[in-house]
Ligand binder design. Structure first.
Ligand SMILES: [Zn+2]
Ligand SMILES: [Zn+2]
Length: 164
C-alpha cells in the first residue's frame, strides 16, 4: 500500500493494490500519517487533510508484488502519470528495469559512458550527466559541457533526433 501526501494542498492519497476499495486499510494509513505528523512536531490537524480520490490503484494479481506496485506507482506519480495505468503484467518488466538500473548505477564509476565517442576521462575529470530523454549517463567531458545544465539535458544522440 502506498500513502501519498501533498503537503501544499493537504491532500493524501491511498493506493492499495491488494484491496483497491478496502476502507480499513485506508483508515490505518491515515492514522499512520497522523502519527508521522505528530512525531515530526507538525502542529496540524489531520482533519484538515482531504483524500485525493483521483489517485487510485489497480488490483495486483498475487500476494508478493506489493513492493513492486509501490515502486511503480511512486515513479508514475513522480513523473506526473496516472498510477492507475500500472497493472500486474508490468511487474515482471519493472523488476528487470530496477535490476538494470541498480547494475547501471553501480557501474557509473567505470571509465566508459554511453557516448559513441567516449573520451574515457579519468579521476577528477569524471563528472556525470544524465540524459532526460534516453536516461543514459554521460561524461560531461564527452558531451562537451563543463557544468551541470540548469534545465533538462539531452545527449548528442537525443538532441539531434529531437531536431528532426
Ligand atoms: Zn564518456
Ligand atoms: Zn539521450
Amino acid at each position: 500500500m502506498l500513502l501519498t501526501a501533498d503537503v501544499r494542498s493537504k491532500k493524501y492519497g491511498i493506493l492499495n493494490s491488494l484491496h483497491p476499495s478496502y476502507k480499513t486499510a485506508a483508515e490505518t494509513a491515515l492514522n499512520l500519517w497522523s502519527k508521522y505528523l505528530t512525531a515530526r512536531n507538525v502542529v496540524e490537524k489531520i482533519g484538515e487533510w482531504t483524500r485525493d480520490t483521483t489517485l487510485c490503484s489497480s488490483k495486483q494479481g498475487n500476494g508478493f508484488d506489493c513492493g513492486v506496485f509501490v515502486a511503480m506507482q511512486s515513479e508514475a506519480i513522480a513523473h506526473g502519470q496516472d498510477p492507475c495505468v500500472i497493472r500486474q503484467e508490468h511487474c515482471c518488466l519493472y523488476r528487470r528495469y530496477i535490476y538494470q538500473r541498480i547494475i547501471h548505477e553501480s557501474k557509473r564509476q567505470e571509465t566508459t559512458c554511453n557516448a559513441m565517442d567516449c573520451t574515457r576521462p579519468t579521476d577528477d575529470r569524471i563528472q556525470w550527466v544524465q540524459c532526460d530523454n534516453c536516461t543514459g549517463w554521460f561524461h560531461m567531458l564527452c558531451m562537451r559541457i563543463n557544468k551541470a545544465p540548469d534545465g533538462p539535458f539531452y545527449c548528442h544522440n537525443c538532441h539531434s533526433r529531437r531536431r528532426c
